[in-house]
Design a protein around this ligand. Structure first.
Ligand code: EPU
Length: 416
């Protein structure tokens, strides 16, 4: 099985181009099934999660064409059949198909979605959305059986501002009768991207990006061309790397306002960067000081950057704290981080105390999950000696050509 091997300590300079957002693309592709004509989506990242979604599209008999980073989907001849469990289980986003199929056919049978084992990850708010719009949901043998005579707009308050539940409710409401109002909706940029995509096809969605979203159902969605927004988590990961090893490292094709919660924290620790309209240039500084981080829904500090920022905190003087409020199990890689020389204590699985500054040393480590894998990769880049990372399929699910992008700017990193 493939591994990533890194010789640590090399300075990085040049430019890194950020790809399209994973969490946006994985919703846009299933959303395309609601379109009555053909859709074209560009800036799609080259990651294995997209391959898994393409597999599902083909299984449903959609016509799919990929040209570089563009995917063209014609779903006019799809069949509403049960997606095999091993496909649904490959990723969380498989449940966006459940919503699109429900919206289109008013009946769907689907196995529970997968995704990284970073916590319990219930989907009760998605099911609450389905029920509010008039569907009945039966859970049986790891499967949901969902039926609706008609789908009718309704008012819904989400108990937590869930990204998935917000997108799923939008997908079902787009062609439902009348008006749906989602209160306490999630505000992540990926939701705005999905709403814009659907609006460009003729949907009527207002308020995406705020905590109240209103959807007025329409009968027909016409063809459309759409671009995936830049991946803010990929951008953040490389910005952290640049803060540790950069020599005028330019992170390109980004939307800096999407990562303000990260840039403000890095600046507070002492990182110097130049922020321009669609890029940030960063260099390694001296004498970083400790900072405190608490993960929150957007625009708060993203949980998806919590693991990648921990290697940075090991290089800050003093005790930094990281409070994880979204997931119950997102410190799995700390065991390996400590083996490499870090001094991190975890309390009740939701608080990490990172005592810096500690040098790190290359070791054989494991990617426990996608962002945990990215975190270990950053540790390897700054460590003295050789680091080998196992289980890298997690990393490849979410980071487009990560070894190539880093090699091009001077890292000694390879897939073996
Ligand atoms: N939650 C519930 N009930 C629900 C839904 C969520 O209690 O019905 C809770 C979850 O347990 C969690 C919190 O609400 O504590 C947030 O979950 P959310 O639904 O917002 O997350 P998600 O849609 O499952 C997406 C991303 C995650 C990212 C989160 C938060 C995708 C495919 N995944 O997950 O990305 O961490 O939003 O921003 O969009 C990653 O990329 O590594 C990743 C895990």
């Amino acid at each position: 099985m493939a591994k990533i091997k890194i010789e640590g300590g090399n300075k990085l300079s040049g430019e890194i181009e950020i790809s399209g957002s994973k969490n946006s693309a994985v919703a846009l592709i299933p959303a395309a099934l609601l379109c009555d004509e053909t859709v074209e989506i560009s800036n799609v990242p080259n990651i294995s999660d997209i391959d898994s979604l393409e597999e599902i599209l083909l299984y449903l008999n959609a016509n799919v064409e990929r040209k570089g980073d563009t995917i063209i989907i014609d779903s006019s001849k799809i069949t509403n059949k049960e997606i095999p469990e091993e496909l649904s289980q490959k990723l969380r986003a498989s449940y966006y198909f459940m919503s699109s199929l429900l919206g289109r056919y008013k009946h769907v049978e689907m196995y529970f979605p997968g995704g990284c084992a970073i916590g319990e990850r219930p989907i009760d708010q998605t099911l609450k959305g389905y029920r509010a719009l008039g569907a009945t949901v039966i859970e049986e043998n790891n499967k949901y059986i969902i039926d609706a005579e008609t789908l009718e707009g309704a008012k819904l308050y989400l108990d937590v501002p869930s990204v998935g539940a917000t997108i799923n409710t939008i997908l079902v409401a787009v062609k439902a009768k009348g008006k749906t109002i989602i209160e306490n909706a999630a505000k992540e940029p990926e939701i705005v991207n999905v709403a814009t995509f659907l609006n460009n096809m003729g949907a009527k969605i207002k308020g995406a990006g705020t905590n109240v979203i209103t959807i007025t159902g329409v009968d027909y969605l016409h063809k459309s061309f759409h671009e995936v927004i830049p991946d803010r988590i990929e951008a953040g990961t490389y910005l952290i790397i640049g803060s540790l090893l950069g020599e005028n490292l330019k992170i390109k094709n980004i939307i800096p306002s999407h990562i303000e919660s990260l840039t403000s924290k890095l600046i507070e620790a002492g990182v110097k960067m130049t922020i321009e309209e669609d890029n940030i240039t960063v260099s390694k500084g001296e004498n970083y000081s400790s900072i405190d981080i608490k993960t929150l829904p957007y625009p708060g500090f993203p949980t998806d950057l919590q693991q990648p920022i921990i290697p940075f905190l090991t290089q800050c003087k003093g005790v930094s704290t990281v409070e994880e409020t979204i997931y119950e199990n997102r410190f799995q890689n700390i065991y390996d981080t400590n083996r490499m020389g870090a001094n991190i204590i975890i309390k009740n699985n939701h608080l990490a105390k990172v005592r810096g500054l500690t040098p790190l040393y290359g070791k054989e480590v494991t990617a426990t999950d996608l962002r945990g894998g990215a975190s270990m990769l950053i540790c390897g880049l700054i460590a003295e000696g050789t680091t080998t990372i196992d289980n890298i399929r997690y990393i490849l699910r979410g980071y487009d050509n990560i070894c190539e992008k880093l090699s091009r700017v001077g890292a000694k990193i390879e897939l073996i």
